[in-house]
Design a protein around this ligand. Structure first.
Ligand SMILES: O=C(O)c1cc(=O)[nH]c(=O)n1[C@@H]1O[C@H](COP(=O)(O)O)[C@@H](O)[C@H]1O
Length: 235
């Protein structure tokens, strides 16, 4: 099933018991998992070794955002752990992003470092308020994506609404990782820029980050299978 190479299930839990229950339940259907701040902090990082021991691929979503040296050292940790993907905020700037890309090459790292553009929980209005700008959300994402690409990093986190245009601007190989994915049958929760799994794939999303529609479902395995089947139908 090709769809398995598209879905990253977000393990937004507080403890390893909940993680193990889900990962065991989903079995071979899910190859990619996202470990974010909640589970990483609550398990003191144990989540990474656990998932690697099962040969699962990890998106380490700690969204590093700090001064140059501190961000680089955090990225060095992620690369040493050998995670498949990790992320920083694009607003760290081009100098930091360039230095990270150089460091990863020097380390012969295979990890992909991607930059968060505008969070999928953000609307254009809220973004303009925070950044004191008239720029459209679309232009903000495209600018951040282009700066990320020019700095030598591998791709971005953006919503599926922006994915096709990011690919046009930054090239087919520039990786688009898209949260804010909601099947028609699930709640949108705090996500604002959402698309269904099928729409997201058709609109250029390389990877779909999906948490609650699976983790909070009455039957998480059935929910995951429905999502995989929806994606498979458009591949
Ligand atoms: O970097 C991320 O993974 C991320 C970026 C973003 O813009 N929006 C976003 O929702 N995420 C993460 O993607 C996951 C989405 O989870 P659900 O909303 O439950 O599907 C969460 O773990 C978020 O932390």
């Amino acid at each position: 099933m090709k769809a398995r190479k598209k879905v990253i299930t977000a393990l937004d839990y507080k403890n390893m018991d909940d993680v193990k229950n889900l990962v065991e339940l989903l079995g071979d259907e899910i190859e990619y998992y996202k470990a974010g701040l909640e589970i990483f902090l609550n398990t003191g990082g144990e989540i990474v070794d656990y998932l690697h021991s099962l040969n699962k691929k990890i998106f380490l979503d700690l969204k590093f955002h700090d001064i140059n040296n501190t961000t680089k050292m955090a990225c060095e940790f992620a690369a040493r752990k050998g995670v498949f993907i990790f992320n920083i905020h694009a607003s760290c700037g081009t100098e930091t992003m360039y230095e990270i890309s150089k460091m990863l090459k020097d380390m012969n790292s295979k990890s992909l470092c991607i930059a968060v553009t505008v969070l999928t929980s953000m609307t254009e209005e809220k973004m303009q308020e925070i950044f004191m700008t008239d720029a459209s959300l679309d232009n903000m994402v495209m600018n951040m994506a282009e700066l990320t690409g020019k700095s030598g990093l591998h791709g971005v986190v953006c919503s599926a609404w922006e994915a096709a245009k990011v690919k046009e601007r930054c090239g087919e190989n520039f990786v688009t990782v898209c949260p804010g994915v909601r099947p028609a049958w699930s709640a949108s929760d705090d996500q604002k820029r959402i698309m269904t799994p099928a729409e997201a794939v058709k609109n250029g999303a390389d990877y779909l980050v999906i948490g609650r529609p699976i983790t909070k479902a009455d039957d998480p395995k059935k929910a995951a299978m429905r999502i995989l089947e929806e994606i498979e139908a458009v591949l």
